[in-house]
Design a protein around this ligand. Structure first.
Ligand code: FES
Length: 524
């Protein structure tokens, strides 16, 4: 059953006995593995550090119930994401095995293998690439454990000013990646030592934080990325043993704001023959955009969209895990939904959020300003929608306990305004009109395929009347996979990077005005 949001639990744990210091111990049963943590560490973080690949698909808001664990001493069940460790406690959990968020690929015993890692601001995804077959398999997707240091690029940079925090952040990613990779490889009968290569992608800040590089220059004027190419990295950077034979590399970055994810996606588009009159947007916590004009010139920019479309900052948002509503559509009887798994829904993904909002706009339940209709209580709403009160504010009940609040709609509007205003400034800098664009590529780790009609209805990007629209999925991860499979990919990416011109939004006159004008949804 989905759990209503709970107040943070104060779990005292057992009286101090085994540790003479102030640090409480967490013990995992039945293995007996023990580790001490600073008081107040969230149990979900502690378990991750100890090698338990626990799911936290609602980002720790206490809504999805997926992090529920059994405490043996003292006995009881708790949500690990809402439980600070303040005293010794013993938890029943299995550190071994592939883990709930890890897919086990069918690798041949003689296959040459490599790993691709996309470090998103909110979500990390990992693939294993079978070099022999030229194929890749996504094996794991999990929330970036660095989220505890801030939910966006700016707050992560601020946290990492302290070198010890920066090291801790790098360690978190390495352990989390090693855990999933090691578990998937073990389940497939292989070892970490059999990896020939590991390739990383991500925006510049996430890449620097994973590689343990100083991010301070990325966050202050003149915002420089001192390191733009990453080859011959040490195996330990990827969480491998120092004597691992794996070649560790990352896709090149252009600048502090134009990262490996965009350059990798640009290379994929070029490899697919899309070299002119193309508009690309990667919808994530950090939005990445590029535009190719009719001469093949490349213009690129990025914007801060916030994590709403990845299911975070949304009351009942979650990633695409068991219990997640992934799509919604209108039927003659009301609204129907797609959901992963059986039973009661536990939350809603970014793709379903786009569906629901487009339908609400079409039916006048939400206005173009983003406000719930003042007549909502008197309206005949399609089942199962119902007006409810959420802590004194108006909200809309969706399915089961899942609801949509006015604040949720506002967070989508902020993401939409960031992406639309960035799009207009990019087109302006490239001197390209929307009608000149013949192909629009939409990418992002939204969970499931986006309904392009609903996506366009919300106005995240200008209307491109002559374009074919295409959803490409997670192009950052695909690019990291190609960096494993195609020996010339990184070099081609570097060449394209040199041709790209950056459009720095903060230098554009009138950006704030454009952002505010972009907050509203288009009229139907
Ligand atoms: S309830 Fe803990 S992660 Fe969702």
């Amino acid at each position: 059953m989905p759990q209503a949001p709970e107040a943070e639990q104060v779990f005292a744990g057992a009286p101090r006995s085994s540790s003479t210091m102030d640090q409480p111990f967490v013990t995992i049963l039945p293995s007996g593995a023990r580790q001490e943590f600073p008081p107040g560490t969230l149990l979900s973080d502690a378990l991750l550090d100890m090698g338990v690949a626990m799911k936290t698909p609602c980002g720790g808001r206490g809504t999805c119930g997926k992090c529920r664990v059994r405490i043996e001493d003292p006995p009881g069940e708790v949500l690990a994401c809402r439980t600070p460790v303040t005293g010794d406690l013993a938890v029943r959990a299995e550190p071994a095995g592939p883990g709930p968020d890890t897919f086990v690929p069918a690798l041949g015993p003689d296959s040459r293998i490599a790993a691709a890692v996309d470090i998103g601001t909110t979500t990390v995804r990992i693939s294993l690439a079978d070099i022999t077959l030229g194929a890749s398999f996504e094996i794991a997707s999990f929330l970036n454990p660095q989220r505890r240091f801030g939910h966006d690029v700016i707050s992560r940079i601020a946290s990492a000013r302290d070198p010890s925090v920066r090291d801790a952040m790098a360690g978190l990613i390495r352990r989390a990646v090693r855990l999933r990779l090691g578990n998937a490889l073990a389940a497939a009968g292989r070892t970490m030592g059999s990896l020939e290569a590991v390739a990383f992608s991500g925006n510049t800040t996430m890449l620097y934080l994973a590689l343990g590089l100083d991010v301070k220059p990325l966050g202050r004027y003149p915002y420089t990325a001192g390191t733009r190419d990453f080859t011959g990295l040490s195996a330990e950077i990827a969480g491998l043993a120092a004597d691992s034979p794996a070649q560790v590399r990352a896709l090149p970055v252009l600048s502090a704001f134009i990262g490996a994810d965009l350059i990798g996606s640009l290379t994929l588009c070029h490899d697919a023959g899309h070299t002119r009159n193309t508009f690309f947007i990667d919808l994530g916590t950090n939005g990445e955009l590029f535009c190719l004009d009719n001469r093949g010139r490349i213009f690129a920019t990025s914007c801060a969209m916030g994590p709403a479309l990845e299911g975070m900052n949304i009351s009942w948002g979650m990633t695409a895990e068991e219990g997640a509503i992934t799509h919604a559509r209108q039927t003659t009887d009301g609204l129907s939904r797609d959901m992963i798994g059986e039973g009661e829904p536990a939350g809603i993904t970014g793709t379903a959020l786009i569906d629901v909002l487009a339908i609400l706009l079409d039916r006048g339940i939400v206005s173009c300003s983003g406000a719930f209709s003042p007549d909502m209580d008197a309206m005949k709403l399609p089942a199962p929608l119902k007006p409810i009160s959420d802590e004194g504010s108006r909200a809309l009940g969706l399915w089961g306990a899942v609801r949509l609040t006015q604040r949720d709609v506002r967070n989508v509007q902020l993401a939409k305004a960031a992406s639309l205003s960035a799009s207009w400034f990019l087109l302006h800098a490239a001197d390209v009109r929307p009608e000149d664009i013949t192909r629009v590529c939409v990418a992002g780790a939204l969970g499931e395929h986006v309904d392009m009609g609903h996506f366009r209805r919300l106005g995240f990007i200008p209307d491109f009347p002559n374009a074919v629209f295409e959803y490409l999925g997670n192009t950052s991860l695909r690019a990291a996979e190609q960096a494993c499979l195609d020996p010339g990919f990184v070099q081609r990416a570097g060449t394209l990077r040199e041709r790209a011109r950056e459009v720095v939004l903060s230098e554009q006159k009138g950006f704030q005005d454009m952002f505010i004008r972009s907050l509203g949804f288009p009229a139907g």
